[in-house]
Design a protein around this ligand. Sequence first.
Ligand code: ADP
Ligand code: GN1
Ligand code: MG
Length: 358
Amino acid sequence: MKEEKMVDFQPILNQFNLSGSCKVRPYGSGHINDTFMVDDGVSKRLLQRINSHIFKQVPALMDNILKVTNALKTKAPELVSLELYTAKNGSAYVSDADGNFWRLLRFIPDSISYDRISDPKLAFEAGRVTGQFHRLLDGFEATTLFVTLPNFHHMGIRLQRFFEAVKTDAQHRVHAIPELVEFVQQRSFEYCLIDRLIDDGALPVRVVHNDPKINNILFNKADKGICMIDLDTLMPGCLLHDFGDAIRTTANNAEEDEPETEKVSINLQLFEAYVKGFLSETAAILKPKEIEYLAFSSQVLTFIIGLRFLTDYIEGDQYFNISFPKHNLQRAKAQFALVQSMENCSKTMKEVVMNYFR
Ligand code: ADP
Ligand code: GN1
Ligand code: MG
């Protein structure tokens, strides 16, 4: 848990031409940045402190966001997408006296984000919005984007870091979790399959969001998906990473950090609805290997996020924002329970995808 120093918002707001009399309050439930709602009595905006421990190259990160949002606007001007305010210095971000970077976002009006859903209509919309993002950016030269977090979804490298953390065991936490270490060991070869396909050049390089969890999609009050937000991890990459990570949170019968792991399982109805929404936009652009491994990617991404939560727990909770001491451990257990459930349903999940193409 972070020890917070009080923020003096006045000098930051000044740099965006906003008066210090705005009301500012914490907003949202993201694990990485700090988000604040800024209300001047007329309009609402979102001010975000970009996590500089994680994002070392903020100018390049912001440039990625501008490139992609501009491309989306050009392709589909009628659609809503993330919009940044320009500061007095002409840039889309400013810094404060402590060297933190801040940006100001247009608050998309009447929008809602969910940490968890249970309505197939919302799952369909989440799939449709994510698929639309991929369809619109198909053909965008992804390699022009900066690689903000190298090897973000590289399983081999995540596993290596995990096993190093287990060996070092700096916080003396490993003795209590042998079954989790074994869970990882048993799957470490199988779940490197997407790495191997990428290394073999079997999957196209696309613009990938890399963090399309349900909380990073906005909906309107009529349950229509509006757009994807939280674009910090836009990078050249593999579409399977977006599909798999989205399923992890969209089609889970429980919360990401559910303490009672027996409640965690894949919801096949939500899975099917997401698949339908996603493929309604992407069926024509997907390559055969992407289709073949779409369902499997759900297992891989759930496993890798569980692995990251567990590594962070073992290393002493340096990365993800947590709300209580064993939060990362609880998250990892819940993710691994979901992996197990997906493994049990893997044949059905693949059939759901393949049925769409029959
Ligand atoms: P984090 O990286 O910490 O997850 P996000 O960019 O996802 O930060 O923002 C945190 C939350 O703020 C989101 O989950 C969403 O609820 C809300 N949010 C972010 N951007 C917007 C926006 N442009 N309009 C409305 N709500 C937003
Ligand atoms: C983080 O920022 P947020 O909460 O949307 C993380 C993702 C994880 C996710 C798990 C930059 O996403 O990779 O999947 O938590 N973002 C980063 O909930 O590491
Ligand atoms: Mg987020």
